[in-house]
Structure formats: structure tokens, C-alpha cells
Design a protein around this ligand. Structure first.
Ligand SMILES: Nc1ncnc2c1ncn2[C@@H]1O[C@H](COP(=O)(O)OP(=O)(O)OP(=O)(O)O)[C@@H](O)[C@H]1O
Ligand SMILES: [Mg+2]
Length: 330
């Protein structure tokens, strides 16, 4: 019996993006900014069915990338949130013993000629509570993005389990059999590098390194992600992020923190960040006691705010020059 019940014909066209330009346009519509090099890698990964391993500091868009690709592809997103001690059952699923017992009690005597028929029926998908890894292989009519988030938290046995899925696109489940992917999901693995991932897993993936964005890129992300943030505000917030990250903080603020600042400015109806409001901004920007103390010392925050205004003015000047420059002919 074919337990996977997959009716997708081999070789059927499963490509979701027809060009890097289409991917770029759709990611932007999903309000996700990505530089041209990463864009090409993502496009190749989607065409070549390679998982993408994304490493980098917290709050820099690793998890959000999977959501943005899913939205761009009109795909279902299956998420595995990894933690220390996560087991196979949580990832793949398990037989629902209660349901099996109930079936035996109510239907066990009806219509089955042999015990082997009952056993096969009990070990079918009808009695299996599927986990995200298995579900990701079984979508037939829609593409799927499989997000394995924070894979650096799992131990080596789970990493080994992923090897079969990410290269053969199948899972072997005792009593259920080997389930082949109906269509290959687009896989995003994220890691905060709490432990080094093994080389067999790395070699199966395309590797993307995320870092804090440049000041211009951060301004663009702020503009994409916030509705109320005018160019002047976005430029100052991006400038402040740049200044803070150069300050050698214990926990530098990420894009996520800067988006919080943008939202807070909008809620308060404040035009710019000023050092007089340091007590208001520090809890949003400095997340350790050491960083808070250092920023309060010797007018630290005041200097950084002055720098942020300087960067803002530079960005606004450059934008004004670009818009007033004459268009070059072909
Ligand atoms: N390139 C980007 N384009 C648009 N928004 C972004 C981008 N990068 C980050 N963001 C914003 O930053 C927020 C935080 O990103 P995300 O949760 O993906 O970080 P992360 O790298 O997964 O962090 P952690 O390691 O803490 O889980 C997102 O919700 C999103 O709003
Ligand atoms: Mg994340």
C-alpha cells in the first residue's frame, strides 16, 4: 500500500519564482528587504531545491526571511521551533494510541478478514498525528516553506535526522514506511551559533551570513516596515543604530529594536529622538545593565544622539542630491 498517498507526478513543474526580479518584487511586497547578492542565492536555492542556512546575530531578519519567502511564494509555512531536548516525535509526529484503541473497540470486528489488515489500517496516516517535518513533505497543491528555527539548540541526533530529509527529501517512520516528498519544500534553517553545526548539514545548504545592515539598508527597512515613519525619522533612527553599534555594547540593538523605536515615535507623536528623553529611549535600546550604565555615563547617549542627527542630515542630503541629479540618457 502506498501510505504517502502522494499524487503529484514526478517531474511536474514545481518552480515558484521565474526570475530573481520576480522574487525581489514579491519579497518587497512582503515588506522584506534583501540585497542583490542574497537575492540571487535565494533564487538559486529555490530553483535547485537547496536548503538555506542563515546565521547571524539576533534580530537581523533570519526568521522573518522564511515568512517573507512564504508570503512571496503564496506558500504554507511549517515552523519547527527548536529547543534543547526536542525529540523526533515533536518533529515528525506519532501514532495516536487513543484513537487506535477507540478504532479497535468500535470497528475492530467489522469488515476485516485478517489481523494483518487491521494492523495495516492502524498504522496508516489516519492514526498518525503529523509533525511539521512530515507535513512539509506532504503538501501537494501548494508550495511549502519549512522553517527550522534556531537549529543550533538541537543535539546531533536531530541534526542527523534532518540529513535524510534535506538530501533525499524523504522521512522514514517505523510502521508507517518511507514517505517521499510530494513536492520539495523551500527550507530555511536559522542559527544563532550557540553551537557549531556539523559539516554534513552545512554542505547540503546554501549559506547566508546576516549582519547588521548598513545605515542606508536600515533606513530602507524602516521605511518598508513602518507606515508612519517619514524619511527624516527613518534616517535618524538608522543613524542612531549605526552609532550605537559602533559603541561596543554588550548587546547592540538589532533591527527589531530600531523598529520599536520607530513605532514608539509614532505613538508618542514625537518628531525626533532627543537626549533629554534618555530615560524613555534607553529601555528600548539598551537591554543589559552594563549597557544602560555605560550609556548614562559621561553624556554617552547625548553624544550618540548628536551622531545620529549628523548621519540623518548626511542621508537626507544624499537623497536630495540624487533626486535633483539630471537623468542620464541611454
Ligand atoms: N531584511 C529585512 N527586511 C524587513 N524587515 C526586517 C529585515 N530584517 C529584519 N527585519 C525586521 O526585524 C524583525 C526581527 O527579525 P527576526 O525575528 O527575523 O530576527 P532573527 O534574526 O530571527 O532574530 P533571533 O535570532 O532573535 O530570532 C522582523 O520582525 C522584521 O520586522
Ligand atoms: Mg529568529
Amino acid at each position: 500500500m502506498d501510505k504517502s498517498r502522494c499524487s503529484v507526478k514526478p517531474g511536474r513543474k514545481q518552480q515558484v519564482f521565474s526570475s530573481p526580479e520576480e522574487l525581489a518584487r514579491k519579497l518587497r511586497a512582503a515588506r522584506y528587504a534583501v540585497d542583490p547578492v542574497k537575492l540571487e542565492i535565494l533564487y538559486l536555492a529555490s530553483r535547485m531545491h537547496r536548503p538555506v542556512l542563515v546565521e547571524g546575530p539576533p534580530g537581523c531578519g533570519k526568521t522573518e526571511l522564511a515568512y517573507a519567502v512564504a508570503s512571496a511564494a503564496g506558500a504554507v509555512l511549517e515552523r519547527v521551533q527548536c529547543y534543547v531536548g526536542i525529540g523526533e516525535e515533536k518533529l515528525i509526529g506519532k501514532f495516536d494510541e487513543g484513537l487506535q484503541r477507540l478504532f479497535l473497540k468500535t470497528e475492530g470486528n467489522r469488515g476485516f478478514a485478517k489481523w494483518s489488515e487491521i494492523r495495516d489500517r492502524l498504522h496508516s496516516f489516519d492514526f498518525f498525528a503529523e509533525g511539521p517535518l512530515l507535513r512539509a513533505l506532504r503538501y501537494q497543491d501548494r508550495p511549502c516553506v519549512l522553517l527550522v528555527d534556531e537549529i543550533d539548540k538541537v543535539d546531533y541526533s536531530i541534526e542527523a535526522l534532518l540529513l535524510e530529509i534535506l538530501s533525499a527529501w524523504q522521512i522514514t517512520v517505523p510502521m508507517l514506511g518511507t514517505i517521499q516528498a510530494c513536492r520539495k519544500p523551500f527550507v530555511v534553517l536559522t542559527s544563532n551559533e550557540e553551537r557549531r553545526l556539523g559539516d554534513p548539514l552545512r554542505r547540503r545548504c546554501f549559506y547566508l551570513r546576516f549582519e547588521y545592515p548598513s545605515i542606508e539598508a536600515e533606513r530602507d527597512i524602516l521605511a518598508l516596515r513602518t507606515t508612519e515613519c517619514c524619511p527624516r525619522r527613518s534616517a535618524q533612527i538608522a543613524g542612531l543604530a549605526h552609532a550605537l553599534r559602533a559603541w561596543n555594547m554588550e548587546k547592540p540593538p538589532s533591527i527589531a529594536e530600531m523598529l520599536d523605536v520607530a513605532e514608539a515615535l509614532g505613538i508618542l507623536g514625537v518628531e525626533e529622538i532627543s537626549h533629554e528623553q534618555q530615560d524613555l529611549w534607553l529601555p528600548l535600546l539598551a537591554k543589559t545593565d552594563v549597557d544602560c550604565r555605560r550609556l548614562r555615563l559621561r553624556a554617552g547617549f547625548e553624544m550618540l544622539v548628536a551622531d545620529s542627527k549628523h548621519y540623518r542630515d548626511q542621508l537626507l542630503r544624499a537623497a536630495a542630491e540624487r533626486s535633483s541629479a539630471p537623468e542620464l540618457g541611454p
